[in-house]
Design a protein around this ligand. Structure first.
Ligand SMILES: [Zn+2]
Length: 291
């Protein structure tokens, strides 16, 4: 089976149609980074459909690229933080005039330049009551359901911005080690923020969660459509409600220190097609599409 697939890929690559142009934002990425794939079909090519990117065992959909003229599509392909360092590949598959095509791109995954933090105590949940453990599990389940919902409409109209103009105090991806073992990692980017600092939507979208949660405290999640979600945590006050449509720069809430934190700040996170990614690298990569 595997050989058959390889053989198919090798013969089909020769037939790569001249009517199609594919561009990857990078073929050498770190764990937790996102690749933007642009797919452009010639105007004279009437029948191209069912395009997807196969990467690390997952198929990622292509969407119409409304920021480009002509028959353009895009896909956002995330790599998990827990991905191993390796040489892998991405296969772009599409059907043109009823015939299936495969284009293979080599992709290198290297280890991100993430700092290590040594934990002094075991990250056990022993000190968390049974009631809270149940609450945490429920909150996680609810978040996962949101992140795996794919809204077939992109709300974003402009380049994405930062949620506030402030210093980044803790970068995404810091490794949390206990006895030399990776226990967890910092799942977002922290911005320095005094209590009451306005937190703004990085782009247009729909508010899908406004809730006080155990670890994240007062949290807002925005669905930007087409598998893109942003999260804003530890707020002191909410300024939006669930279901509300927000535009880029709209105030979602005020910074605070709610949830499990030592002081006020904004924890900003991004999920793409269900995968937690480096928020800043994501903003830069997505903006390659818009600008
Ligand atoms: Zn954080």
């Amino acid at each position: 089976m595997f050989l058959k697939v390889l053989f198919l890929i090798s013969i089909c690559t020769k037939f790569l149609s001249a009517n199609v142009n594919v561009e990857l934002s990078s073929e050498d990425i770190a764990n937790a980074q996102t690749i933007l794939v642009k797919f452009k079909a010639d105007q004279n090519e009437p029948k191209i459909d069912r395009i997807y990117a196969a990467y690390e065992g997952v198929r990622y959909p292509f969407y119409r690229d409304k920021f480009s003229k002509g028959r353009s599509f895009y896909a956002l392909v995330p790599t998990s933080y827990y991905s191993k360092v390796k040489q892998t590949k991405m296969v772009i598959v599409y059907i043109e005039n009823g015939e299936k095509f495969y284009i293979t791109y080599p992709v290198s995954i290297h280890e991100g330049d993430y700092k290590s933090e040594k934990l002094k105590v075991a990250p056990s949940r022993a000190k968390i009551s049974l009631k809270n453990k149940r609450r945490i599990a429920k909150e996680q389940k609810e978040a996962m359901k949101i992140y795996h919902t794919n809204t077939q409409k992109l709300y974003i109209k402009h380049p994405l911005a930062y949620p506030m103009k402030s210093k980044i105090t803790s970068a995404f991806g810091n490794k949390r080690l206990f006895n030399g073992m990776l226990k967890s990692y910092h799942s977002g980017t922290d911005f320095r923020a005094k209590k009451g600092t306005p937190i703004r939507a990085v782009g247009a979208g729909r508010v899908v969660l406004v809730k006080k949660r155990f670890f994240a405290g007062n949290s807002v999640i925005i669905d930007h459509g087409e598998g893109i979600y942003t999260g804003y945590y530890h707020m002191s006050h909410f300024k939006v409600h669930k279901g509300q449509l927000v535009h880029k720069g709209e105030i979602l809430g005020l910074a605070g220190a709610t949830g499990r934190v030592t002081g006020p700040h904004l924890h900003f996170s991004v999920r793409v097609n269900g995968v937690q990614v480096d928020p800043i690298q994501f903003l830069e990569t997505f903006n390659l599409l818009v600008e």
